[in-house]
Design a protein around this ligand. Structure first.
Ligand SMILES: [Zn+2]
Length: 294
């Protein structure tokens, strides 16, 4: 259910931010002291005074919500719709009549604040890569690389604005990861699969050469799926879950047509967050979003 009651005024949005931010008790964001007292208000926000450092603060101080020209209720609505409904920032701009550039900056900044997924593999693992056509948003001055990007065929590359995006599915833990990379090579594959020194990790891959070195490595048990030879599913050896997850990631990126390659990371981390909140009730989902970007 959409959390109307939280988003119908800046005061109720402020209230939610307060609840989430100080859930473990109130403290000063400047010096972390808990010796704070109420000290008037700043618009609809409670203001506090720190008795240790003598500075004032409110619930937005030091967060991505600080100094926003857009009201907190509108900003939270934007974050919510962006993550939950995959709404484009252009569409949000039309709904909210706020500045497109400043809204985009806040949304992208929120994605940058999300942690990189901690990849902890149990195995067996499917790994696969796709190439995303990146655009020029936020890099308007860099025209040259796009024309080169459009003329390339086959597998893409970061330099040609078709950065590789790896999908990992850990069948053991049920976790899925979508990670953009600078290049689809052996070192990236090793970085993603980690050290796993304990026992040999079963890895399902397609026939792409970046996975070949896993064959000679006793830490891995590589099983190859060869596409295009009528051998799509050979028992457990398939990367179908990766492929369906990658198509969800593509669908997620599609309303944000033209996300530049250097912004792929925040957009794909947002996709991970979206998966976490998708089945939560609206208010809980919104709280989780706020908690994550604080
Ligand atoms: Zn303080």
């Amino acid at each position: 259910m959409f959390p109307f009651e939280v988003l119908n005024s800046e005061a109720s949005a402020a209230n939610l931010l307060e609840q989430v931010r100080w859930r473990d008790g109130l403290y000063c964001p400047h010096c972390r002291s808990e010796s704070v007292i109420k000290h008037g208000s700043y618009r609809v926000y409670q203001r506090y005074l720190c008795k240790d450092c003598d500075r004032t603060f409110n619930p937005k101080t030091g967060t991505i919500f600080a100094h926003a020209k857009i009201g907190l209720d509108k900003l939270l609505f934007a974050f919510y719709a962006f993550l939950r409904f995959n709404t484009s920032i252009h569409q949000l701009d039309a709904e909210l009549t706020v500045s497109y550039r400043s809204l985009r900056r806040r949304v992208e900044r929120s994605g940058e604040l999300l942690d990189a997924p901690a990849i902890d593999l149990v195995g067996p693992v499917e790994i696969d890569e796709v190439y995303v056509t990146a655009g020029l948003k936020g890099r308007e001055r860099d025209r040259e690389s796009r024309s080169r990007g459009l003329s390339t065929r086959g597998r893409g590359s970061y330099a040609e604005d078709k950065p590789p995006v790896f999908t990992l599915v850990d069948r053991g833990s049920g976790q899925r990861y979508v990670v953009p990379a600078k290049s689809a090579d052996e070192s990236t594959v090793r970085l993603l699969l980690g050290d796993c020194e304990e026992e040999s990790l079963t890895v399902y891959t397609d026939g792409f050469r970046a996975y070949d070195p896993l064959e000679d490595d006793e830490n891995y048990q590589r099983e190859t799926v060869i596409h295009g030879e009528g051998e799509y599913v050979d028992g457990d050896a398939h990367v179908n879950t990766c492929e369906s997850h990658a198509s969800l990631a593509r669908r997620w990126l599609s309303p944000h047509r033209g996300v530049s390659k250097d912004k792929l990371t925040p957009y794909l981390r947002a996709f991970q967050l979206r998966r976490r909140i998708l089945r939560k009730p609206g208010r809980d989902a919104l709280k989780e979003i706020v908690r994550t970007v604080l």
